[in-house]
Design a protein. Structure first.
Length: 277
């Protein structure tokens, strides 16, 4: 009699108690009737490599990595996807049968799929994008916008050097706009994205004028607490289509779940309601 192994997956970070990923994956596991588990594990940066060597021996088939490990993981993984290498970070790991560790980045995928679900007529190719912020999420989103066909992507960040680095890494379709001049670029923008934490509950507001915002511009915010930020509320009042950040969190989890557990989940209102009651 052969007893089938129960697939285990972890989310590794520090801190990690706040992560919604166990709730998200736990719902899908129950929905599909899969005898698997998704477990949060608080791992210090100094212990990350040793933990990753141990997990496959314990029955783990993969993991998500969150802060502060998303960049360091690239120096540990045996195989890295092209997009993870370009972005400079990974969030989805697969422990392969031959023992090798594969690292991918699904943040950009989640960003694009979220927009396509909530604004199905949107096309990246229809005009330039303006991305506010230049952190890890911004790098993933710039990569995804370029891959989706955006003719130009403008980046504006309070610390210009980080924006300049993205331009250097991603090429001549990317340009930098001074933070104080970002509002003047909005009137030419087809897609406007906030990737900063400004506007999040407990954080300062995102103070940027939307005076020149056109109704045909799609506006999205990766922040999802609150679900509709003041930035999105202001954009909605100008007639723009707005997309909140919760869907990006959910959609970026789909490729990993499918690889680990063999089923592709559907992103619907039920899972949104579970994550943000």
């Amino acid at each position: 009699m052969t007893i089938e192994k129960i697939p285990l997956v972890a989310v590794l970070g520090s801190p990690v108690a706040h992560s919604k990923s166990p709730l998200l994956h736990g719902f899908w596991l129950k929905q599909f009737g899969i005898s698997g588990h998704y477990i949060p594990i608080d791992v210090k940066a100094t212990d990350l490599e040793q933990v990753l060597q141990t997990l496959p021996k314990m029955g783990f088939v993969g993991a998500n990595v969150t802060l502060p490990h998303k960049e360091k993981i690239l120096s540990i993984a045996d195989q890295i996807s092209d997009r993870a290498a370009l972005i400079g970070a990974a969030n989805t790991l697969v422990f392969q049968p031959d023992g090798k560790l594969y690292a991918d980045n699904t943040d950009g995928y989640g960003f694009i799929e979220n927009i396509r679900q909530h604004a199905p007529d949107w096309q990246a190719k229809d005009g330039p994008a303006l991305v506010l912020g230049a952190g890890g999420a911004a790098r993933a989103i710039v990569s995804a916008l370029l891959e989706a066909g955006a003719p130009e992507v403008y980046i504006s960040n309070r610390t210009r050097s980080r924006a300049d680095q993205i331009k250097s890494d991603f090429g001549n379709r990317v340009n930098v706009v001074e933070w104080v001049k970002a509002s003047t670029e909005i009137e030419h923008t087809h897609t406007l994205v906030n990737t900063t934490s400004l506007g999040m509950t407990g954080k300062p507001a995102l103070n940027i004028s939307l005076k020149g915002l056109r109704p045909e511009t799609l506006v999205t915010d990766i922040v999802y607490t609150p679900l509709e930020t003041e930035f999105l509320q202001a954009a909605r009042s100008k007639g723009s289509t707005v997309v909140d950040g919760l869907g990006m969190l959910i959609h970026q989890a789909v490729p990993g779940f499918e690889r680990w557990f063999g089923q592709k989940p559907v992103v619907d209102q039920e899972i949104r309601d579970i994550l943000i009651p």
